[in-house]
Design a protein around this ligand. Structure first.
Ligand SMILES: NC(=O)c1ccc[n+]([C@@H]2O[C@H](COP(=O)([O-])OP(=O)(O)OC[C@H]3O[C@@H](n4cnc5c(N)ncnc54)[C@H](O)[C@@H]3O)[C@@H](O)[C@H]2O)c1
Length: 340
């Protein structure tokens, strides 16, 4: 099989996880990296025996790069995706896909026009317990869904928000806890439960010196009478395990995602189940995660490129959480319920 050759743009917190995921993907190889920080660029390149570029445009010109991984601040996801697509590279972009639905649309269009594959990192979808819960719902084991919720009650320090000039800003991060930390649980909820029709939300900056929200509550209403709830904050010391709750007519599932434990209880046939896996949670600190989810997503992405079909999380899937977050911000701003 022909080796897929990767280039990573942006060498901050998450980049080492991507390097590990590429190393863990059969017939995949990291060949180049780009960041404007020379010290970090040289050290990372030396550690992985690859070439460093200060200007990512140089990386895009390389004929030995097939896929570009984008690990930069959120406002750069759009221009870097467009440039990579125009250079004929497949694109695997870190979450969130972009700051707004309109940016997501432009990215999808650019990749379609260039005939390259676009994927968005949501590694939680690849974790065994997430897949098991999705299967329970798809198999109708829980019955008709009545109530769904996603809780991200996390903690980030002021130092975290000061650790990069893009953090906590509308211009660069595109939002706060919703678009950054809660994006994972929200993506899972939308994957499991589909898109709501109406949203009523409140957001606040509770206890950090930032312009974006560090607390958000949103009520979701679905066409079939189902209700949903999103709770998200980075102000809750010490940071609690992320949790999803799915209630149906035939029972309920609680996914203690941050503790890697899934329990479900069925009425007919009467059954109780608990499954556990290895814990990988960013509740207290962003980098308390393993590379397992990313590695599984790289393998799915590589298989999709080779087979010429969509990866599990393509541009349209990546856009879902951004559309909901955009509606939450609109509802909070206007003080009204908004339609999606
Ligand atoms: N999937 C996850 O669990 C997860 C975890 C952490 C971060 N992320 C996402 O990864 C992305 C990066 O986050 P991070 O925490 O690593 O950020 P970071 O601030 O630590 O790193 C950003 C990197 O981008 C580089 N950069 C900025 N402008 C650039 C430019 N013009 N050209 C080249 N490089 C440039 C910076 O030098 C830095 O190396 C974000 O989208 C974030 O939401 C995802």
């Amino acid at each position: 099989m022909q080796t897929l050759r990767f280039g990573i743009i942006g060498l901050g917190n998450i980049a080492p996880v991507h390097a590990a995921a590429i190393a863990g993907t059969p017939d995949a190889e990291l060949v180049a990296v780009a960041t404007r920080d020379p010290e970090r660029g040289r050290a990372f390149a030396a550690q992985h025996n690859v070439t460093w570029h200060a200007d990512y445009a140089e990386l895009l010109q390389r004929s030995d790069v097939d896929v570009v991984t984008i690990c930069t601040p959120h406002d750069l996801h759009l221009p870097m995706t467009i440039a990579a697509a125009q250079a004929g590279k497949h694109v695997l972009c870190e979450k969130p896909m972009a700051r707004t639905p309109a940016e997501c649309d432009t990215m999808i269009e650019a990749c379609e026009q260039a005939g390259v594959t676009l994927g968005v990192i949501f590694q939680s979808r690849f974790e065994a317990l997430s897949r098991r819960l999705k299967q329970l719902i798809d198999d109708d084991a829980l019955g008709r869904l009545l109530w769904v919720s996603a809780n991200t009650i996390w903690y980030r320090t002021d130092a975290y928000y000061r650790s990069g000039p893009w953090r906590g800003t509308w211009a660069h991060e595109g939002g706060g806890v919703l678009i950054n930390q809660a994006a994972h649980a929200l993506d899972l909820l939308l994957w499991m439960s589909g898109m709501p029709d109406r949203i009523t939300a409140r957001t606040r900056t509770l206890n950090h010196a930032i312009e974006v929200e560090d607390g958000a509550l949103a009520i979701l209403e679905y066409a079939d009478n189902r209700l949903g709830l999103i709770q998200a904050t980075t102000a809750a010391y010490p940071g609690y395990p992320e949790r999803l709750e799915i209630v149906g007519t035939n029972g309920s599932a609680i996914y203690h995602k941050g503790q890697a434990r899934l329990e479900w209880h069925l009425i007919d046939p009467r059954e109780d189940h608990v499954l556990e896996a290895e814990v990988s949670s960013g509740a207290a600190a962003p980098m308390d995660i393993t590379a397992a989810g990313h590695t599984a997503q790289y393998q799915d992405f590589a298989a999709a490129i080779r087979a010429g079909h969509s990866p599990l999380v393509d541009g349209r899937e990546g856009r879902r959480s951004i559309a909901v977050i955009d509606a939450i911000y609109r509802s909070a701003r206007e003080g009204q319920t908004v339609d999606l």
